[in-house]
Ligand binder design. Structure first.
Ligand SMILES: [Zn+2]
Length: 322
């Protein structure tokens, strides 16, 4: 089984390498372009990209897919996948050594897709400043630096071929070229760069091209959607695709699972349960109104947020409700 997958991956590597070379053709010189184009065998193709005597080529994660390794580029040159005809299979979890860890277990503040006329290439996950941000898969830190948009940002290239991006951090606990494990502490949540409040900007990319993280992760369960990711030309569609898992399904599942049933059925309004731990102040909101909506009290809201009963709320202000 694994051998078959390896074969498929090797084959697709070859095809993608050819596609990507066409895309980069304008940047490379004519001669290099000819050499690659004449190589039909994926193995030969690989040896054209890499010097096999170079020990570094064995060292960097997914070196057979990527042509280079650098510590500067947050944006890796994008490959045009619109003409991709085949399917690339990526094993995300094999129940042995490869697995996924949710970087931050927070609700989604902002989805992948068009936002204020710009495209938002990641998912924003709610957190508090100082919360641990963990690495999604095994890999190596490619970028760890400050960027005026992303703030303190970490980019990790994984052995499975994907890259993940962690933005707006308050601090980093890793350095460039450091090998990291799934679940390892990368840094702390923050609001650095172009950010309106504490959150993690989380991107999933393949060969530098972002995809909707919903294609990989079930953000209700904080687990992989599937152990295997099938990459086609549709993987990179810039649509606000609705996740394939529905909120109602997961609610039904959690309510049927043992002891939690009692707890959730006795806790006030179920509607507020799904909105997470925070309320964003809207026009006309009062502390009393918010307390009523979430089945809590004004005094506990004040305690949680360092407010007094007379505090004036600002529209858009984030109020912790539990
Ligand atoms: Zn974001």
């Amino acid at each position: 089984m694994l051998r078959t997958i390896t074969k498929v991956v090797l084959f697709t590597v070859g095809v993608i390498a050819m596609i990507s070379n066409v895309a980069f053709g304008q940047q490379t010189n004519e001669q290099a372009f000819e050499i690659i184009e004449s190589a039909n065998d994926s193995i030969d193709l690989r040896s054209n990209f890499y010097d096999v005597t170079d020990s570094l080529s064995d060292y960097f994660p997914a070196n057979e897919l990527y042509e280079s390794w650098d510590n500067d580029g947050i944006y890796y040159p994008k490959v045009d996948f619109s003409n991709k005809k085949d399917t690339t299979i990526i094993v995300l979890c094999d129940n042995k050594t490869n697995f996924y860890v949710q970087p931050v277990k927070g609700r989604i503040n902002s989805e992948y897709g068009f936002r204020h006329r710009r495209f938002h290439y990641g998912i924003d996950l709610d957190l508090d400043i100082g919360d641990s941000v963990k690495c999604a898969f095994d890999g190596m830190v490619r970028v760890s630096r400050y960027h005026k948009g992303y703030g303190n940002v970490i980019v990790v290239r994984h052995f499975n071929g994907l890259e993940t991006v962690y933005g707006h951090l308050s601090g980093s606990r890793v350095h460039e070229n450091q090998l990291v494990k799934a679940g390892q502490l990368l840094g702390y949540g923050g609001s650095t760069g172009r950010s309106t409040g504490p959150h993690l900007h989380f991107e999933v990319r393949y060969l530098g091209t972002p995809m909707n993280p919903h294609k990989v992760v079930d953000f209700d369960k904080f687990k992989l959607l599937n152990d295997t990711l099938y990459i086609t030309n549709k993987t990179f569609e810039k649509k606000n695709t609705k996740p394939t898992y529905s909120k109602t399904t997961s609610t039904v599942k959690s309510s049927t699972s043992g002891t939690t049933t009692v707890k959730s059925s006795t806790s006030g309004t179920t509607a507020s349960k799904s909105t997470g731990n925070y309320h964003y102040v809207k026009k006309g909101d009062t502390l009393g109104g918010i307390a009523g909506k979430y089945g809590t009290s004004v005094s506990s809201l004040c305690k949680l947020n360092g407010l007094t009963a007379k505090s004036i709320l600002q529209i858009g202000q984030k109020v912790r409700v539990r």
